[in-house]
Ligand binder design. Sequence first.
Ligand code: PRP
Ligand code: MN
Ligand code: MG
Length: 176
Amino acid sequence: MNLPGVKVLHDEAAIAARVGELGTRITRDYQGKELVVVGVLKGSFMFFADLVRAIDLPISIDFLGVASYGGNTKSSGVVQLTSDLSHPITGKHVLLVEDIVDTGLTMRYLLDNLATRHPASLAVCSLLEKPARMRVPIEIVYLGFSIPDEFVVGYGLDHAQKYRNLGFLGILEGAV
Ligand code: PRP
Ligand code: MN
Ligand code: MG
Protein backbone atom coordinates (compact mmCIF):
# COMPACT_ATOMS: atom_id res chain seq x y z
CA MET A 1 0.00 0.00 0.00
CA ASN A 2 1.35 3.42 -0.94
CA LEU A 3 -0.16 6.54 0.56
CA PRO A 4 0.45 10.21 -0.11
CA GLY A 5 1.83 11.99 2.95
CA VAL A 6 3.36 8.83 4.38
CA LYS A 7 7.12 8.44 4.02
CA VAL A 8 8.66 5.01 4.61
CA LEU A 9 10.74 4.83 7.81
CA HIS A 10 11.32 1.07 7.96
CA ASP A 11 10.03 -1.22 5.21
CA GLU A 12 8.66 -4.76 5.54
CA ALA A 13 12.05 -6.37 4.97
CA ALA A 14 13.83 -4.25 7.59
CA ILE A 15 11.06 -4.95 10.12
CA ALA A 16 11.11 -8.69 9.42
CA ALA A 17 14.89 -8.83 9.85
CA ARG A 18 14.75 -6.99 13.18
CA VAL A 19 11.81 -9.04 14.48
CA GLY A 20 13.71 -12.20 13.58
CA GLU A 21 16.71 -11.03 15.61
CA LEU A 22 14.54 -10.21 18.61
CA GLY A 23 12.86 -13.61 18.39
CA THR A 24 16.22 -15.37 18.33
CA ARG A 25 17.40 -13.48 21.43
CA ILE A 26 14.15 -14.16 23.29
CA THR A 27 14.31 -17.85 22.36
CA ARG A 28 17.82 -18.05 23.77
CA ASP A 29 17.06 -16.07 26.96
CA TYR A 30 13.90 -17.95 27.96
CA GLN A 31 15.11 -21.49 27.25
CA GLY A 32 13.55 -23.87 29.80
CA LYS A 33 11.36 -21.16 31.35
CA GLU A 34 7.60 -20.82 31.41
CA LEU A 35 7.09 -17.69 29.30
CA VAL A 36 3.91 -15.70 28.85
CA VAL A 37 4.12 -13.13 26.05
CA VAL A 38 1.68 -10.30 26.71
CA GLY A 39 0.57 -7.92 23.97
CA VAL A 40 -0.71 -4.44 24.75
CA LEU A 41 -3.68 -3.65 22.51
CA LYS A 42 -4.25 -2.27 20.07
CA GLY A 43 -0.94 -0.92 18.79
CA SER A 44 1.12 -4.07 19.31
CA PHE A 45 -1.11 -6.49 17.40
CA MET A 46 0.91 -6.79 14.19
CA PHE A 47 4.34 -6.74 15.83
CA PHE A 48 3.05 -9.27 18.38
CA ALA A 49 1.82 -11.68 15.71
CA ASP A 50 5.17 -11.60 13.90
CA LEU A 51 7.26 -11.71 17.08
CA VAL A 52 5.61 -14.79 18.61
CA ARG A 53 6.19 -16.67 15.35
CA ALA A 54 9.89 -15.83 15.66
CA ILE A 55 10.06 -17.32 19.18
CA ASP A 56 10.92 -21.02 19.05
CA LEU A 57 9.59 -21.98 22.50
CA PRO A 58 6.33 -23.43 23.90
CA ILE A 59 5.04 -20.04 25.08
CA SER A 60 1.61 -18.85 26.21
CA ILE A 61 0.14 -15.62 24.96
CA ASP A 62 -2.20 -13.13 26.58
CA PHE A 63 -3.35 -9.55 26.04
CA LEU A 64 -3.92 -6.34 27.96
CA GLY A 65 -6.13 -3.48 26.84
CA VAL A 66 -5.29 0.01 28.02
CA ALA A 67 -6.70 3.47 27.43
CA SER A 68 -5.53 6.89 28.46
CA TYR A 69 -8.20 8.88 30.27
CA GLY A 70 -9.73 11.44 27.91
CA GLY A 71 -8.20 12.45 24.65
CA ASN A 72 -5.80 15.05 25.87
CA THR A 73 -4.70 13.85 29.28
CA LYS A 74 -2.36 11.18 28.00
CA SER A 75 0.60 12.96 29.52
CA SER A 76 -1.02 12.68 32.96
CA GLY A 77 0.08 9.09 33.04
CA VAL A 78 -3.36 7.99 34.16
CA VAL A 79 -3.99 4.76 32.34
CA GLN A 80 -7.14 2.68 32.50
CA LEU A 81 -7.06 -1.08 32.12
CA THR A 82 -9.89 -1.77 29.69
CA SER A 83 -9.18 -5.48 29.39
CA ASP A 84 -7.16 -7.57 31.83
CA LEU A 85 -5.12 -10.73 31.34
CA SER A 86 -7.17 -13.91 31.06
CA HIS A 87 -4.83 -15.97 33.27
CA PRO A 88 -2.75 -15.35 36.44
CA ILE A 89 0.97 -14.65 35.90
CA THR A 90 2.18 -15.40 39.42
CA GLY A 91 5.43 -17.36 39.20
CA LYS A 92 5.62 -17.06 35.43
CA HIS A 93 8.11 -15.23 33.24
CA VAL A 94 6.33 -12.34 31.55
CA LEU A 95 7.41 -10.46 28.44
CA LEU A 96 5.36 -7.31 27.81
CA VAL A 97 5.15 -6.42 24.13
CA GLU A 98 4.47 -2.87 22.94
CA ASP A 99 4.59 -1.18 19.58
CA ILE A 100 6.08 2.00 21.05
CA VAL A 101 7.37 3.43 24.30
CA ASP A 102 6.80 7.14 23.83
CA THR A 103 6.70 9.08 27.12
CA GLY A 104 6.97 5.76 28.95
CA LEU A 105 3.94 6.50 31.13
CA THR A 106 1.81 3.64 29.78
CA MET A 107 4.61 1.15 30.27
CA ARG A 108 5.41 2.46 33.76
CA TYR A 109 1.80 1.94 34.76
CA LEU A 110 1.67 -1.58 33.28
CA LEU A 111 4.97 -2.65 34.88
CA ASP A 112 3.82 -1.41 38.30
CA ASN A 113 0.45 -3.13 37.89
CA LEU A 114 1.88 -6.48 36.76
CA ALA A 115 4.63 -6.46 39.41
CA THR A 116 1.98 -6.63 42.15
CA ARG A 117 1.01 -10.07 40.77
CA HIS A 118 4.49 -11.44 41.51
CA PRO A 119 5.65 -12.86 38.18
CA ALA A 120 8.96 -14.77 38.22
CA SER A 121 10.32 -12.03 35.96
CA LEU A 122 9.00 -9.08 34.00
CA ALA A 123 10.68 -7.66 30.91
CA VAL A 124 9.79 -5.28 28.09
CA CYS A 125 9.97 -5.81 24.35
CA SER A 126 9.08 -2.75 22.27
CA LEU A 127 9.33 -2.36 18.53
CA LEU A 128 9.99 1.37 18.89
CA GLU A 129 11.19 3.93 21.39
CA LYS A 130 11.19 7.69 21.03
CA PRO A 131 14.00 8.97 23.28
CA ALA A 132 13.15 12.65 22.65
CA ARG A 133 9.80 12.27 24.43
CA MET A 134 10.73 9.82 27.20
CA ARG A 135 9.51 11.18 30.55
CA VAL A 136 10.08 8.17 32.78
CA PRO A 137 12.99 5.80 32.28
CA ILE A 138 11.92 2.37 31.02
CA GLU A 139 14.36 -0.46 30.53
CA ILE A 140 13.56 -1.97 27.13
CA VAL A 141 15.43 -5.27 27.09
CA TYR A 142 14.33 -6.09 23.54
CA LEU A 143 14.15 -3.03 21.31
CA GLY A 144 13.42 -2.91 17.60
CA PHE A 145 14.27 0.64 16.58
CA SER A 146 14.95 3.98 18.20
CA ILE A 147 13.09 6.64 16.20
CA PRO A 148 13.14 10.44 15.81
CA ASP A 149 10.39 12.66 17.21
CA GLU A 150 8.03 12.24 14.26
CA PHE A 151 4.49 10.90 14.01
CA VAL A 152 4.96 7.25 13.09
CA VAL A 153 2.12 5.15 11.68
CA GLY A 154 1.66 1.69 10.25
CA TYR A 155 2.50 -1.85 11.38
CA GLY A 156 -0.10 -1.47 14.14
CA LEU A 157 0.47 2.21 14.95
CA ASP A 158 -2.38 4.61 14.28
CA HIS A 159 -3.24 8.21 13.71
CA ALA A 160 -6.87 8.68 14.82
CA GLN A 161 -7.29 4.89 14.52
CA LYS A 162 -6.20 4.81 10.87
CA TYR A 163 -3.07 3.39 9.16
CA ARG A 164 -2.73 0.39 11.51
CA ASN A 165 -2.98 -2.04 8.58
CA LEU A 166 0.08 -0.74 6.71
CA GLY A 167 2.76 -3.43 6.50
CA PHE A 168 5.58 -0.92 6.94
CA LEU A 169 6.44 1.85 9.40
CA GLY A 170 5.94 5.32 7.98
CA ILE A 171 6.25 8.92 9.01
CA LEU A 172 3.05 10.92 8.67
CA GLU A 173 4.39 14.13 7.20
CA GLY A 174 3.15 17.37 8.69
CA ALA A 175 1.59 15.61 11.70
CA VAL A 176 3.93 16.82 14.47
C1 PRP B 1 0.16 4.14 22.21
C2 PRP B 1 1.20 3.04 22.10
C3 PRP B 1 1.56 2.74 23.53
C4 PRP B 1 1.42 4.10 24.20
C5 PRP B 1 2.77 4.73 24.36
O1 PRP B 1 -1.07 3.55 22.49
O2 PRP B 1 0.64 1.89 21.48
O3 PRP B 1 0.65 1.83 24.10
O4 PRP B 1 0.60 4.91 23.33
O5 PRP B 1 2.64 6.04 24.85
P1 PRP B 1 3.34 6.54 26.17
O6 PRP B 1 4.69 5.91 26.28
O7 PRP B 1 3.45 8.03 25.98
O8 PRP B 1 2.46 6.21 27.32
P2 PRP B 1 -2.44 4.34 22.39
O9 PRP B 1 -2.81 4.87 23.74
O10 PRP B 1 -2.36 5.33 21.28
O11 PRP B 1 -3.48 3.19 22.05
P3 PRP B 1 -3.41 2.15 20.84
O12 PRP B 1 -2.35 1.17 21.17
O13 PRP B 1 -4.76 1.53 20.84
O14 PRP B 1 -3.12 2.94 19.60
MN1 MN C 1 -0.86 1.16 22.64
MG1 MG D 1 -2.60 4.95 19.39
